[in-house]
Design a protein around this ligand. Sequence first.
Ligand SMILES: *Cc1c(COP(=O)(O)O)cnc(C)c1O
Length: 427
Amino acid sequence: MFTIKDHLEIKNNHLMIGGADTTVLAEQFGTPLYVTNESRVIGNFSSYRKAFPDADINYAAKANGSFAILRMLAREGAGADVFSFGELYMALLAGIPRKKILFNGNSKTDFELQKAVEIGIKVSVDSLDELHTLSKIADSLGKTVEIAFRVNPDVSAKTHPKISTGLRTSKFGIPSEEVVDAYKEANGLPGILPAGIHCHIGSQILDTTPFTEATHKMMDLVEKITGLGINLKFVDMGSGLGIPYKKDEGQAPTPLDHAKAILPVFEERTKALGISPRLVLEPGRFIVADTTILLARVNTVKKAARNFVGVDAGFNLLVRPTMNDSYHHVVVANKANSKPEDTYTIVGPICETGDIFAKDRTLPHIEKGDLVALLDAGAYGFSMSSQYNGRPRCAEVLIKDGEADVIRSREDFVDLLNGQKLPARLM
Ligand SMILES: *Cc1c(COP(=O)(O)O)cnc(C)c1O
């Protein structure tokens, strides 16, 4: 059976997170409710930093862009990988220094490129077309922008196809065989300073060999680019380290395993070349996924083709199971130690057949009013939420030493009307 680990524990048959009783939190703040344990975020970040003591750790803001999380990571010295001006804006407001930010994206607007140049943010360039646009923008502003090219290293990350980003056929990056020419071209362009190289092969990666393969391929490129007389100041290997969503599936790799897959190759080859670029990592999921649970109240139980448990959260709040067939471990939070008795399928209230959180799980007897916790909901959870089906988004609370602070208020029904207007004829 699943053993509750580290910052989660069971007391008096209740699921606890960071010393707070989830049943009390649900009463106090209502459901659905995202609950994040602050010390777990800090702990995950530190374990990355310890595994890569000489690297820059740029947190991938898209995994969980809640302002309190950006703020606490900023205080820990994290940089940021941002994928939009909105993420850049939030990261800067949270106090992440501009020099520690890389602006990524496969389809940036001219506005976004201009902002990056004006503020002085490094840009990961995804195409030659973008390179030329960026050069024009930088030149017209009389500025120079540091760039990396996003490389498509053609490495299979052995993960779900929807989150595999380094395959030859993926929309991200420049094919590796065209990368050296791209640096040649960039080198002569006004306003452009080729300063680094970047890849990111996918997400939820549980086998670290693709990281080693990608490092070799990237260092092959670094060697050729160095041969052009370009001095690369950083090599950004992205991230994608997975976490053990399925609790009974053996050992998942740790940041140390990630480091073992990358560092020996990186160190040996930079030494051989006589160069000393900074290594950059961009972990997202690993930093936040297991820090957070989603609490949902059981509305109704129905015996039909399956034993359906209808809860008050749906894929409007956590879309991973629907979108990527992802697994989230389920705990009946008010019966956390009770004997598993039956098989249940946990579904949301959304009017879509795919609104299923968990299929055929063996759980304690469930009835209306019980509290269900979906574990490991901190990455790509709230950050992908919507108001689909006329559902205001839920609140988020942050736990520190057993005490909870609201870090995002529950939306009200009036929020469904935000920004909407009626033409005069419909008044
Ligand atoms: C999403 C993303 C990351 C983070 O990936 P995780 O799997 O969450 O660690 C890092 N770099 C880039 C460029 C990304 O798009």
